[in-house]
Each structure stands twice: as structure tokens, then as C-alpha cells.
Design a protein around this ligand. Structure first.
Ligand code: FMN
Length: 215
């Protein structure tokens, strides 16, 4: 049993990375973790050049990733939510699995899990549903490829204003946009995956569920 995990987060050892790795570890299976920002991967060109060959015409790392996905029994896809949609690397990765679709449906019937990190809390009034939107992007890929979507791990992440150096002064600071006019760097604090016990538990349970779905 082989399980492939990818993270679209470019931040070194990010919340998304660590959560994907936790799901992978909980499977107890042979796993591989790939950080997409260390590779070159364009979005799909919609040229249909992959229809006869099941291989993409683009000469970057996309075909290597698609081959790993084809060989895997399960998939853990992690991303974050700039402008409250799934990030570009994760989206490009999903699009580039399109060659696996034609005639054979190579991903059909495999099981998968989504991992999403967002700065906007799930119940934040007046703000976009970032986590829902990010998780749905991954879910919809799996749904449309006939995969067995087991669920999502949703991590409370940090807005970049936490570390940019101007978080308390910038007129566009997301801190106040999300948490109200009185919010400061001190009152908001820093979120980490490891301090979110329920989320970590969900990651471990989904990992175990992924193993059980494949056996
Ligand atoms: C350019 C940019 C825009 C962002 N916009 C949003 C947003 O609209 N909604 C949101 O929930 N998070 C937003 N974020 C915050 C990321 O989702 C957050 O940084 C996330 O915690 C990163 O995950 P990581 O720690 O795994 O890398 C944005 C981040 C960046 C870099």
C-alpha cells in the first residue's frame, strides 16, 4: 500500500506540511511527501494533448507527479487559501492529474483526504468561507475523478500580517479585517497545527481511515 501526500504551501515546514505528514504517518503505510514549491508545475493548458497518451505535453515535473499519483493507492492533498481559494500550486497539481483520466480513469476508486490551512476562522461573519472553499476544490477534484473522498483536515493558520513587520500599523492589515478594529498582533497570537488538538485528532483519524479504506 502506497500513499502520496503533497503540500502546496511554500512556507518552510508549514502548518499544511506538518498536517499532511501527520495524516500520512497515521496511515501506517508506505508514504511519500512532496512539497510542490520545490518542483516546477504549470497549470493544465487545456490542449487535450494527453488524451491518446495519458501523458501531458508540458516538460516540467507534472508528469512525474502524475505517475506517482497513478502508482499510489491513496492521496493526501494539502493546500492553503490565498484570497480564500485553494492556492495555485495545489490547483496546478490537481489540474495536471487530468492525463490520468482518459479512457482508463486511473484515479477512479482510490481514496483521498484534503488538508487545508486558512487564516479566516470557519465562522467568521462577513468574510469568505476560506476553509470550505479550499477543501471543496480538493473534494471536487476527487469527486469528479470517481475517488472516495474521506474528508478534510481544516487548520487555523496565520495571516501574513502576523510576520510581515507592519501588522499593527498597516491600513490593509488582515488582523483588523478578520478580528475587528481592536485586534493587535498580541491579541491575535500565532496559530500552529500542534496546538489544535481536535484538528490533530482529525488528521490522525483520517489517516487511519485512509488505511482502512485501502486494505
Ligand atoms: C497572498 C496571501 C493571501 C492570503 N489570503 C487569505 C485569505 O483570503 N483567506 C485566508 O483564510 N487566508 C489567507 N491567507 C493566509 C493563508 O491561508 C495562511 O498564511 C496559511 O496559514 C498558510 O498556511 P501554511 O502555514 O501551511 O503555509 C493568505 C496568504 C497569502 C500569502
Amino acid at each position: 500500500m502506497k500513499i502520496l501526500g503533497v503540500s502546496g504551501s511554500p512556507i518552510k515546514n508549514s502548518n499544511t506540511d506538518r498536517a499532511v505528514k501527520t495524516v500520512l504517518e497515521a496511515t501506517g503505510a508506505e508514504t511519500e511527501f512532496i512539497k510542490l514549491s520545490e518542483l516546477e508545475i504549470e497549470p493544465c493548458r487545456a490542449c487535450l494533448g494527453c488524451v491518446d497518451t495519458n501523458e501531458c505535453v508540458i516538460g516540467d515535473d507534472g508528469n512525474m507527479l502524475a505517475e506517482k499519483a497513478r502508482q499510489a493507492d491513496g492521496l493526501v492533498v494539502g493546500g492553503y487559501t490565498p484570497y480564500s481559494s485553494i492556492d495555485g500550486r495545489t490547483k496546478a497539481f490537481l489540474e495536471r492529474l487530468y492525463p490520468l483520466r482518459h479512457k482508463h480513469g486511473f484515479m477512479n476508486g482510490k481514496s483521498g483526504v484534503a488538508v487545508v490551512t486558512c487564516a479566516i476562522p470557519e465562522d467568521c461573519e462577513g468574510m469568505p468561507p476560506a476553509c470550505e472553499s479550499g477543501a471543496n476544490s480538493i473534494f471536487y477534484y476527487m469527486m469528479e475523478e470517481g475517488m472516495n473522498f474521506l474528508g478534510s483536515v481544516r487548520i487555523r493558520g496565520n495571516i501574513p500580517c502576523i510576520s510581515c513587520g507592519y501588522g499593527d500599523d498597516c491600513q490593509m492589515a488582515g488582523l483588523k479585517m478578520i478580528f475587528g478594529p481592536e485586534a493587535t498582533l498580541d491579541t491575535v497570537g500565532v496559530n500552529t497545527f500542534e496546538t489544535q488538538a481536535e484538528t490533530e485528532k482529525a488528521a490522525r483519524e483520517l489517516g487511519a481511515g485512509l488505511r482502512d479504506a485501502i486494505i
